[in-house]
Write a protein that binds this ligand. Structure first.
Ligand SMILES: O=C(CO)[C@@H](O)[C@H](O)COP(=O)(O)O
Length: 232
Protein backbone atom coordinates (compact mmCIF):
# COMPACT_ATOMS: atom_id res chain seq x y z
CA UNK A 1 0.00 0.00 0.00
CA UNK A 2 1.52 3.32 -1.08
CA UNK A 3 1.06 6.59 0.84
CA UNK A 4 0.57 4.53 4.02
CA UNK A 5 1.58 7.32 6.39
CA UNK A 6 -0.85 9.81 4.81
CA UNK A 7 -3.68 7.26 4.69
CA UNK A 8 -3.23 6.42 8.37
CA UNK A 9 -3.21 10.11 9.32
CA UNK A 10 -6.38 10.76 7.32
CA UNK A 11 -8.10 7.62 8.60
CA UNK A 12 -7.41 8.63 12.23
CA UNK A 13 -8.71 12.15 11.59
CA UNK A 14 -11.90 10.81 9.94
CA UNK A 15 -12.54 8.54 12.91
CA UNK A 16 -12.53 11.61 15.18
CA UNK A 17 -15.70 12.82 13.41
CA UNK A 18 -18.12 10.27 14.96
CA UNK A 19 -16.08 10.18 18.19
CA UNK A 20 -16.56 13.95 18.61
CA UNK A 21 -20.19 13.62 17.50
CA UNK A 22 -19.65 15.98 14.57
CA UNK A 23 -21.63 13.84 12.10
CA UNK A 24 -23.58 10.61 11.86
CA UNK A 25 -23.51 7.69 9.40
CA UNK A 26 -21.58 8.78 6.26
CA UNK A 27 -21.88 12.57 6.60
CA UNK A 28 -18.70 14.63 6.22
CA UNK A 29 -15.13 13.82 5.27
CA UNK A 30 -11.51 14.68 6.13
CA UNK A 31 -8.49 14.86 3.82
CA UNK A 32 -4.76 15.46 4.11
CA UNK A 33 -2.13 16.49 1.57
CA UNK A 34 1.37 15.36 0.63
CA UNK A 35 2.50 18.51 -1.18
CA UNK A 36 5.80 16.99 -2.35
CA UNK A 37 3.93 14.15 -4.07
CA UNK A 38 1.10 16.43 -5.24
CA UNK A 39 -1.62 14.15 -3.86
CA UNK A 40 -4.31 14.19 -1.21
CA UNK A 41 -5.80 11.31 0.79
CA UNK A 42 -9.55 11.52 1.43
CA UNK A 43 -12.44 9.48 2.82
CA UNK A 44 -14.24 7.34 0.22
CA UNK A 45 -17.76 8.40 -0.70
CA UNK A 46 -20.72 6.85 1.10
CA UNK A 47 -18.78 4.65 3.53
CA UNK A 48 -20.10 4.71 7.12
CA UNK A 49 -17.45 5.60 9.69
CA UNK A 50 -18.10 2.36 11.58
CA UNK A 51 -17.03 0.39 8.48
CA UNK A 52 -14.16 2.61 7.35
CA UNK A 53 -10.68 1.00 7.10
CA UNK A 54 -7.26 2.56 6.49
CA UNK A 55 -6.99 0.82 3.13
CA UNK A 56 -10.31 2.39 1.99
CA UNK A 57 -8.79 5.89 2.04
CA UNK A 58 -8.52 7.15 -1.55
CA UNK A 59 -5.58 8.99 -3.09
CA UNK A 60 -6.24 11.62 -5.79
CA UNK A 61 -4.06 14.28 -7.40
CA UNK A 62 -4.84 17.99 -7.26
CA UNK A 63 -6.76 17.70 -10.55
CA UNK A 64 -9.04 15.17 -8.83
CA UNK A 65 -7.70 12.22 -10.81
CA UNK A 66 -7.66 8.89 -9.00
CA UNK A 67 -4.13 7.84 -8.07
CA UNK A 68 -4.82 4.92 -5.74
CA UNK A 69 -7.85 3.26 -4.21
CA UNK A 70 -10.67 0.92 -5.12
CA UNK A 71 -13.48 3.24 -4.00
CA UNK A 72 -14.84 6.57 -5.24
CA UNK A 73 -13.36 9.57 -3.41
CA UNK A 74 -15.76 11.71 -1.37
CA UNK A 75 -18.22 13.74 -3.42
CA UNK A 76 -16.70 16.84 -1.77
CA UNK A 77 -13.21 16.12 -3.17
CA UNK A 78 -13.23 19.05 -5.61
CA UNK A 79 -13.87 21.48 -2.76
CA UNK A 80 -10.94 20.03 -0.81
CA UNK A 81 -8.50 20.17 -3.76
CA UNK A 82 -9.44 23.76 -4.60
CA UNK A 83 -8.73 24.80 -1.01
CA UNK A 84 -5.32 23.05 -1.06
CA UNK A 85 -4.42 24.70 -4.37
CA UNK A 86 -5.25 28.18 -3.11
CA UNK A 87 -4.28 27.95 0.56
CA UNK A 88 -0.63 26.80 0.35
CA UNK A 89 -0.07 26.43 4.12
CA UNK A 90 -3.05 24.12 4.63
CA UNK A 91 -2.23 20.45 5.35
CA UNK A 92 -5.69 19.10 6.22
CA UNK A 93 -9.33 19.90 5.39
CA UNK A 94 -12.43 18.75 7.28
CA UNK A 95 -16.10 18.92 6.33
CA UNK A 96 -18.80 17.92 8.80
CA UNK A 97 -22.53 18.20 9.20
CA UNK A 98 -22.38 19.15 12.88
CA UNK A 99 -25.80 20.36 13.98
CA UNK A 100 -25.26 23.92 15.21
CA UNK A 101 -22.74 24.87 12.53
CA UNK A 102 -25.11 23.53 9.85
CA UNK A 103 -28.01 25.46 11.39
CA UNK A 104 -26.07 28.75 11.08
CA UNK A 105 -25.02 27.82 7.52
CA UNK A 106 -28.60 26.99 6.55
CA UNK A 107 -29.79 30.26 8.08
CA UNK A 108 -27.01 31.96 6.06
CA UNK A 109 -25.80 33.79 9.14
CA UNK A 110 -22.18 34.43 10.06
CA UNK A 111 -21.55 33.42 13.68
CA UNK A 112 -20.90 36.62 15.64
CA UNK A 113 -18.03 36.82 18.08
CA UNK A 114 -19.95 37.11 21.36
CA UNK A 115 -17.39 36.05 23.94
CA UNK A 116 -13.97 34.79 24.91
CA UNK A 117 -14.48 31.18 23.78
CA UNK A 118 -14.85 32.41 20.21
CA UNK A 119 -12.12 35.05 20.70
CA UNK A 120 -9.60 32.45 21.85
CA UNK A 121 -9.74 31.04 18.32
CA UNK A 122 -10.93 33.78 16.02
CA UNK A 123 -11.15 37.57 16.03
CA UNK A 124 -13.78 37.77 13.28
CA UNK A 125 -17.24 36.27 13.03
CA UNK A 126 -17.20 32.82 11.39
CA UNK A 127 -17.94 33.88 7.79
CA UNK A 128 -20.66 32.46 5.55
CA UNK A 129 -20.61 32.16 1.75
CA UNK A 130 -23.14 33.51 -0.72
CA UNK A 131 -26.01 31.41 -2.06
CA UNK A 132 -25.06 29.83 -5.39
CA UNK A 133 -26.93 30.36 -8.65
CA UNK A 134 -28.86 27.48 -10.26
CA UNK A 135 -26.23 27.41 -12.98
CA UNK A 136 -23.38 26.95 -10.50
CA UNK A 137 -25.30 24.20 -8.69
CA UNK A 138 -26.08 22.34 -11.93
CA UNK A 139 -22.67 22.86 -13.44
CA UNK A 140 -20.11 21.76 -10.85
CA UNK A 141 -21.46 22.24 -7.33
CA UNK A 142 -18.44 20.98 -5.37
CA UNK A 143 -15.93 23.00 -7.42
CA UNK A 144 -18.17 26.08 -7.07
CA UNK A 145 -18.36 25.48 -3.32
CA UNK A 146 -14.59 25.90 -3.23
CA UNK A 147 -14.84 29.00 -5.42
CA UNK A 148 -17.46 30.52 -3.11
CA UNK A 149 -15.10 30.07 -0.15
CA UNK A 150 -12.19 31.63 -2.06
CA UNK A 151 -14.34 34.56 -3.27
CA UNK A 152 -15.53 35.21 0.28
CA UNK A 153 -11.99 35.21 1.67
CA UNK A 154 -10.86 37.62 -1.07
CA UNK A 155 -13.87 39.91 -0.65
CA UNK A 156 -13.53 40.08 3.15
CA UNK A 157 -9.72 40.23 3.10
CA UNK A 158 -9.43 37.08 5.23
CA UNK A 159 -6.34 34.89 5.38
CA UNK A 160 -6.56 31.10 5.58
CA UNK A 161 -3.92 31.11 8.34
CA UNK A 162 -5.95 33.42 10.60
CA UNK A 163 -9.42 32.12 9.76
CA UNK A 164 -9.45 28.33 9.54
CA UNK A 165 -13.22 27.88 9.30
CA UNK A 166 -16.13 28.84 7.08
CA UNK A 167 -19.84 28.12 6.71
CA UNK A 168 -21.06 27.22 3.22
CA UNK A 169 -24.59 28.62 2.85
CA UNK A 170 -27.35 25.95 2.76
CA UNK A 171 -24.74 23.25 3.35
CA UNK A 172 -22.39 23.26 6.32
CA UNK A 173 -18.96 23.89 7.74
CA UNK A 174 -15.50 23.44 6.22
CA UNK A 175 -12.46 23.79 8.46
CA UNK A 176 -8.74 23.36 7.83
CA UNK A 177 -5.37 23.48 9.53
CA UNK A 178 -1.72 22.53 9.32
CA UNK A 179 -2.66 18.82 9.27
CA UNK A 180 -5.85 16.67 9.24
CA UNK A 181 -5.95 16.47 13.06
CA UNK A 182 -5.91 20.30 13.38
CA UNK A 183 -8.64 20.56 10.74
CA UNK A 184 -10.87 18.28 12.86
CA UNK A 185 -9.91 20.16 16.05
CA UNK A 186 -11.16 23.35 14.36
CA UNK A 187 -14.43 21.59 13.47
CA UNK A 188 -14.91 20.70 17.15
CA UNK A 189 -14.24 24.32 18.19
CA UNK A 190 -16.57 25.63 15.49
CA UNK A 191 -19.44 23.42 16.63
CA UNK A 192 -19.02 24.56 20.24
CA UNK A 193 -18.94 28.27 19.42
CA UNK A 194 -21.90 27.81 17.03
CA UNK A 195 -23.87 26.22 19.89
CA UNK A 196 -22.86 28.89 22.42
CA UNK A 197 -23.75 31.74 20.05
CA UNK A 198 -27.14 30.18 19.28
CA UNK A 199 -27.96 29.76 22.99
CA UNK A 200 -26.71 33.26 23.85
CA UNK A 201 -28.98 34.86 21.26
CA UNK A 202 -31.91 32.76 22.49
CA UNK A 203 -31.42 34.10 26.02
CA UNK A 204 -30.84 37.67 24.86
CA UNK A 205 -31.20 38.56 21.16
CA UNK A 206 -29.87 42.02 22.06
CA UNK A 207 -26.87 40.68 23.98
CA UNK A 208 -24.04 43.18 24.52
CA UNK A 209 -21.25 43.41 21.97
CA UNK A 210 -17.97 42.01 23.24
CA UNK A 211 -15.31 44.73 23.48
CA UNK A 212 -12.59 44.61 20.83
CA UNK A 213 -9.97 44.87 23.60
CA UNK A 214 -11.28 41.64 25.16
CA UNK A 215 -11.27 39.88 21.77
CA UNK A 216 -7.71 41.04 21.10
CA UNK A 217 -6.49 40.09 24.59
CA UNK A 218 -7.78 36.55 24.17
CA UNK A 219 -6.80 36.02 20.55
CA UNK A 220 -3.33 37.56 20.52
CA UNK A 221 -2.06 35.86 23.66
CA UNK A 222 -2.57 32.53 21.88
CA UNK A 223 -1.80 33.43 18.26
CA UNK A 224 0.76 35.37 16.25
CA UNK A 225 4.34 36.29 17.02
CA UNK A 226 3.64 37.73 20.47
CA UNK A 227 1.76 34.65 21.67
CA UNK A 228 2.83 33.56 25.14
CA UNK A 229 0.69 30.45 25.26
CA UNK A 230 1.60 27.33 23.33
CA UNK A 231 -0.73 26.62 20.43
CA UNK A 232 -3.29 23.89 20.98
O1 LIG B 1 -22.09 17.36 2.08
C1 LIG B 1 -22.34 16.24 1.77
C2 LIG B 1 -23.63 15.95 1.15
O2 LIG B 1 -24.50 17.03 1.40
C3 LIG B 1 -21.34 15.19 2.07
O3 LIG B 1 -20.47 15.65 3.08
C4 LIG B 1 -21.88 13.88 2.52
O4 LIG B 1 -22.34 14.02 3.84
C5 LIG B 1 -20.79 12.87 2.45
O5 LIG B 1 -20.49 12.66 1.12
P1 LIG B 1 -19.42 11.60 0.74
O6 LIG B 1 -18.10 12.10 1.33
O7 LIG B 1 -19.84 10.31 1.38
O8 LIG B 1 -19.44 11.55 -0.75
Amino acid sequence: MAYTYLKELVYEANMEIPKEELAIVTFGNVSGIDRAAGVIAIKPSGVPYRKLKVEDIVIVDLDNKLVEGSMRPSSDTKTHTLLYKNFPTVGGVCHTHSTYAVAWAQAKRAIPNLGTTHADHLVQPVPVTEIMSDEMIMNDYEHETGNQILDLFTKEGLSAEEVEMVLVACHGPFTWGKDPAKAVYNAVVLEEIAKMAYLTLQINPECPTIKQTLIDKHFFRKHGKNAYYGQE
